[in-house]
Structures are given as structure tokens and as C-alpha cells.
Design a protein around this ligand. Structure first.
Ligand SMILES: Cc1cc2nc3c(=O)[nH]c(=O)nc-3n(C[C@H](O)[C@H](O)[C@H](O)COP(=O)(O)OP(=O)(O)OC[C@H]3O[C@@H](n4cnc5c(N)ncnc54)[C@H](O)[C@@H]3O)c2cc1C
Length: 453
């Protein structure tokens, strides 16, 4: 083929014009010039994925709520383009992690792969850090580039409100997180906690429980039981002191307290109304309204709030005193931001939904239900129909004994009453049983399958 200007440029474009020309100019001028970045390295200043004609739904956060939203959106609206943005390369489950801490289950049971499921259902999974959300231009800005949406589902989980303890003293907050992690957000904290537990030689082990609303309210009591069981089984002379902000154990209080009394009399001490006044991670001291403590190890849980992304989307509610509520201000039935009906918030980040019970329990089960509900709402809107209101349910198993393995259970149901208010019914099953343990693992298997199967 004779090389003329036209086919030369055509060939060059096929090779990647900018890279080729950048190389040429360097060779010609011998000056330093910017090397074109390979496409998949990403660049926050560039467009991550150009938008085509298909409606696009971006799901921000691939935890219990986000993964199921992406899958069901593709099932319900195959014509839509669905993109899931998540910072972690691997999914790690908080539910069941208390049993994993004491080696009742293997790590493999808790981790899942994002890439295979996204291929199977035809959504894009992009591992990235979401930096900002611009609702005016309908853009999500990530460290890989920005991405436009028609609808956005924010599923960010929680953040730790260390500011409530330390103001803007980041050094102390970081020291607290590194030395005495809460392990309530899946990342290295869980592994750090497990290492601390398995190398603990004995002494005072303290757990601070945050004020409500918090992620999975019964799970700190389950964690206390599992740790106490581990100490008892391994004959470690240690005591778990639960410093609870609340005035009593809730939910399934009688079931947990029976376990504390009957199984862990010498291993668990429960302290109600222990409002935190000062935390000193360097000298291992805590001051509370119910007394002060020195500890050998601790799980220091700062108050919980909606994950950063709701703050970045300017979706946090304001209370009557003009202060941030810390949680997403949503339409209680549609789960859209009150300020923006193209933006949904699901899972733990959701704010007050009812004057009767205030918040939905912040659980994986609710996040799963929210994901499917919102996928159906968006699909209806894409089809030009008004979505019909649907409400979640909740189910939670908490293991209290390791030998024999026994659990207790709580269930919640929701309905809209004659006044249009969402009403909650709660049933606590306080009698510990082996059957609940079997149900718990079955529940987890079904949930993982729903997200990743
Ligand atoms: C010890 C423990 C035990 C529990 N047990 C149970 C149980 O038995 N049953 C139950 O139903 N629930 C349980 N839970 C609660 C459950 O884990 C949460 O309620 C659930 O994970 C909430 O789902 P979510 O989608 O709202 O948030 P998450 O599952 O936390 O997902 C949020 C996702 O968003 C991502 N993300 C956040 N910000 C960004 C960003 N800027 N860029 C990119 N990605 C971002 C995060 O990495 C994360 O993957 C338990 C929790 C704990 C800690």
C-alpha cells in the first residue's frame, strides 16, 4: 500500500492517535512531553465512560445494598446500562464476621468476587474511589474519571463519626482506628481485630457501643458473646466489659442477658448508660458517664453516621435545631432524596422513615430489600409508569453460644397504616437454639447467592 496522508492518518487512529503522535513529537523535538496514559489507568479529569443512548443507572457503593441493586436493575431493565462503583476489589461480609472472628467459619465464606457476577448479569463493575457527586450536572466524580447518570443509587453504608470524640484531632482518631478498630466497616480492621483477639493473653477487654442509630444494633452483643466464648474455651483469664450508651440491651435483650448470666458470668460485664466522655487510645483509658476504665485491649466504636457519599451529594437531613442529622433525608416510601428524585439512597445510610420507630434497622437484610425495591422503582420509571410503594422486612440471627452452637433471633415487618405512617412489628425470639444457627447459615448462603450467584 502506498502511504499517503489520508491512509497514514487512518492507520494512526487505529493504533491510538494520541499515543503515536506523542511519541513522534518527542522523537522530533527531543523535549519532555506528557506520555498518554493507558485507558484503564484512569484519570479523574477525564470521562470514565462516555454515555450512549441507553438510560444509565450508576450505583455508588457495592456492599449489601448496591450489589443486589445492580443485578436486579439489569434483570428488570435489560435495556438500561448499569454501572457499579466500589472501592474494594473484593466483597467482605460483616454478617457472619463475628463467627469468623472465633474461627467458626473460614474467610472464604465471607468474601465474594465482583467481576464474575457483573459479567454474568451484564453490568459494569468499576473499582474506584468515588470522590464527589455533582447532582446539578448528574455526574459522579471518581479517581478514575467522571461518569454521568440518569439515575443514581447511593449505597455507601456508614462512616465512623470520630469527630464526636476527637473534634478535628485526626492523629488521635487515626491512632484509635489503628490500635483499637471497631471493625464495623469491611476493610483491614476485621483482620486487625482478629489478630488482636488471637494474641490476647488476658486482662480487661472493653467494647464501647455507640448511641443509636447504629449499624446492626444486636451485633455488638453477639460479638461480646463470641469473644467471651473464645476466652472461656481457651481458658484465657479475661473479662469483656460492654460500655453501652443505651440504658439496656436491645433488641433480643432477654436472650442476650440470659446468655451473659448463664454462659459468661465470669467473662462479661454489662454497663448501661456509659455515655463516652473521653477516649485516650495512647494511655488505654476511657471516661464514661457510668465510670472510668483502663483496658488492655478495646473495640472502640465511635458513633455511626451515613457514609461519606451522602454528605458529598448534599443529601444529609437537617434537624429542627438546624444541625445535620447525620443520615440521608429521603422520601420515606420512595427512598429518593427529598431534594432530588433522580437520586436514591438505600441501606444503612437512610434517615428517619417513621415517627413510630424512626429508622429501619441498619442491617444487610434491609439493604438487600432496599436494593430490590429501588431496582423495581427505577425500572417502572424507565417504562414510563408510576412505581407502587413497597416496604422491606428484616430478619437477624445472633449466635450467643459456641458449644453447643446456639443463636437467638429477631424479625421485623412493616406496613402502612390508615394514617399513611409506616408501622413496625417486632418479634424477639429469646430462647437460644441450635435450629437458629442452622437457619442463620442458610440465610447467609441465600443472601450471598442473591448478590453474587
Ligand atoms: C459485626 C457485624 C455483624 C452484622 N451482622 C448482620 C446480620 O447478621 N444480619 C444483617 O442483616 N446485617 C448484619 N450486619 C449489618 C450489615 O453489615 C449492614 O447493615 C450492611 O452491610 C449495610 O449494607 P449497605 O449496602 O448499606 O452498606 P455496605 O454493605 O457497608 O456497603 C457500602 C459499600 O460502599 C462502598 N463505598 C463507600 N464509600 C465509597 C466511596 N467513596 N467510593 C467507593 N466505594 C465506596 C464501601 O466500600 C462498601 O462496599 C452486621 C454488621 C456488622 C458490623
Amino acid at each position: 500500500m502506498k502511504i499517503n496522508r489520508r491512509n497514514f492518518l487512518g492507520t494512526t487512529a487505529a493504533l491510538g492517535a494520541s499515543a503515536y503522535l506523542a511519541g513522534c513529537s518527542t522523537a522530533q523535538t527531543n523535549q519532555t512531553s506528557k506520555i498518554a496514559t493507558p485507558f484503564f489507568i484512569g484519570n479523574p479529569e477525564k470521562v470514565l465512560m462516555p454515555k450512549g443512548k441507553a438510560p444509565r443507572i450508576v450505583v455508588a457503593g457495592g456492599g449489601w445494598g448496591g450489589t443486589v441493586t445492580a443485578k436486579y436493575l439489569r434483570k428488570m431493565s435489560p435495556q438500561a446500562e448499569v454501572v457499579l462503583l466500589e472501592r474494594n476489589p473484593v466483597f467482605f461480609s460483616c454478617p457472619i464476621s463475628n463467627k469468623w472472628l472465633v474461627d467458626m467459619v473460614d474467610t472464604n465464606f465471607l468474601i465474594q468476587d465482583y467481576l464474575q457476577v457483573s459479567q454474568k448479569y451484564g453490568y459494569q463493575f468499576i473499582q474506584c474511589e468515588i470522590l464527589n457527586i455533582n447532582r446539578d450536572s448528574r455526574n459522579v466524580i471518581t479517581n478514575q474519571g467522571s461518569i454521568e447518570y440518569d439515575y443514581l443509587v447511593i449505597a455507601p453504608g456508614i462512616r465512623y463519626n470520630y469527630e464526636a470524640w476527637f473534634g478535628d484531632d485526626r492523629e488521635t482518631a487515626n491512632a484509635t482506628k489503628a490500635r483499637f478498630p471497631a471493625a464495623y466497616i469491611p476493610n483491614s480492621e476485621h483482620f486487625n481485630l482478629k489478630r488482636a483477639l488471637h494474641s490476647f493473653k488476658g486482662g480487661d477487654w472493653v467494647m464501647t457501643l455507640p448511641p443509636p442509630p447504629q449499624r446492626c444494633p444486636p451485633s455488638p452483643y453477639e460479638r461480646a458473646c463470641m469473644i467471651a466464648w473464645y476466652f472461656k474455651t481457651n481458658k484465657i483469664k479475661a473479662k469483656v466489659t460492654i460500655l453501652d450508651h443505651k440504658d439496656d440491651v436491645r433488641p433480643i435483650g432477654p436472650g442476650f442477658k440470659q446468655a451473659f448470666r448463664e454462659l459468661y458470668k465470669d467473662y462479661i460485664e454489662y454497663v448501661p448508660n456509659a455515655h463516652i466522655q473521653k477516649v485516650d487510645p495512647f494511655n488505654k483509658r476511657i471516661q464514661t458517664a457510668a465510670g472510668d476504665m483502663k483496658f488492655d485491649h478495646a473495640i472502640l466504636m465511635a458513633p455511626h453516621q451515613a457514609g461519606d457519599l451522602v454528605w458529598k451529594a448534599d443529601g444529609i437531613g437537617i434537624n429542627p435545631q438546624g444541625k445535620a442529622t447525620g443520615w440521608a433525608d429521603v422520601d420515606n416510601k420512595m427512598l429518593t432524596l427529598k431534594k432530588d428524585d433522580r437520586v436514591y439512597v438505600i441501606g444503612d445510610a437512610v434517615g428517619i422513615v417513621s415517627p413510630q420507630f424512626l429508622f429501619y434497622p441498619k442491617s444487610g437484610h434491609i439493604a438487600n430489600r432496599h436494593g430490590k425495591i429501588v431496582a423495581a422503582y427505577i425500572s417502572e420509571r424507565l417504562a414510563g409508569r408510576d412505581p407502587k410503594v413497597s416496604l422491606p422486612d428484616n430478619l437477624c440471627y445472633m449466635m450467643v453460644n459456641g458449644s453447643p452452637r446456639e443463636a437467638i433471633n429477631v424479625q421485623f415487618d412493616y406496613k402502612i397504616n390508615a394514617q399513611g405512617i409506616i408501622e413496625q412489628t417486632q418479634i424477639d425470639y429469646n430462647q437460644r437454639s441450635a435450629a437458629f444457627v442452622a437457619e442463620n447459615f442458610k440465610w447467609a448462603g441465600l443472601m450471598f447467592d442473591d448478590m453474587f450467584g
